[in-house]
Design a protein around this ligand. Structure first.
Ligand SMILES: Nc1ncnc2c1ncn2[C@@H]1O[C@H](COP(=O)(O)OP(=O)(O)O)[C@@H](O)[C@H]1O
Ligand SMILES: [Mg+2]
Length: 233
């Protein structure tokens, strides 16, 4: 059974329809690279998946249960986590306070996968900067913190919206290796929205390409490389 399944989803802003009849399936333990040029509807798809944007028509299922009418907080409770476009941190709070605030909300239940201490163990660079104002850190460190915040509690499905933006290539590689390792070690799935196609292809199990609110390719990386889909970039 797919972990996250979107069937015939239409969504948009006001009168403007952005997604029309979009369908995709994220399988357990897999990383899907969701690619496509600016304005294709990638962010809109992630927003609809976590409930920030209502679905006009269509179904969204998580672990076999329908969630398209569920509130954001309930979807987060199921383990769906969004790392938003831009820097997903509270810039004026210290690193420790960022982690504490999100932990207070998302760490619950008898055996959460990641508590505050686990995040600092996973990312020693954050541990060294506990007292530092998050907004004063480098882009790479802020993105690392954003990832740390996204996994607090028991995540099962990460929705990562262009985490590589503004990072030097070696940092992108390191961050993506960390994402890959986290998913592998904890059986998590991820949708990785990226403009950095090469970096995303390196860690993705599945490739989905969007254009104009629709999916124009879905398949394995080798098939994506072979197919004539690069016209979309
Ligand atoms: N808040 C909004 N209000 C109105 N239109 C929006 C809004 N956000 C995005 N759009 C439009 O929706 C389309 C898809 O945007 P988006 O999902 O952000 O694309 P991507 O993430 O692939 O770059 C674009 O035409 C964009 O202008
Ligand atoms: Mg976007």
């Amino acid at each position: 059974m797919s972990l996250l399944r979107i069937d015939g989803l239409s969504a948009g802003y006001g009168n403007k329809t952005v997604l029309s009849g979009l369908s995709l399936a994220l399988e357990p333990g897999r990383i899907m690279a969701l690619l496509g040029h600016n304005g294709a509807g990638k962010t809109t798809t992630l927003k609809a998946a976590i409930g920030l944007l209502p679905a006009c028509t269509g179904q969204i299922s998580f672990d076999g249960a329908r969630i398209e009418r569920m509130a954001v907080a309930d979807r987060v409770g199921l383990g769906i986590r969004l790392l938003p476009e831009g820097r997903g941190v509270f810039p004026d709070l210290s690193v420790a306070d960022n982690v504490a605030v999100v932990a207070a909300r998302n760490v619950s239940g008898p055996a959460p996968m990641f508590r505050e201490a686990d995040v600092f163990k996973l990312f020693p660079a954050l541990d060294e900067r506990r007292g530092v104002r998050a907004g004063s850190m480098s882009g790479g460190q802020q993105q690392m913190l954003a990832l740390g915040l996204a996994i607090l509690g028991t995540p099962r499905c990460l929705l990562l919206d262009e985490p590589s933006i503004g990072l030097a290539p070696n940092l992108v590689e390191r961050l993506f290796d960390q994402i890959r390792a986290l998913c592998a070690a904890h059986g998590m799935s991820a949708i990785l929205v990226e403009q950095n196609v090469a970096a995303a292809m390196r860690i993705a199990d599945d490739i989905v390409i969007m254009n104009n609110g629709q999916i124009v390719f879905a398949g394995l990386p080798d098939a994506a490389r072979a197919a004539n889909v690069w016209d979309y970039f």
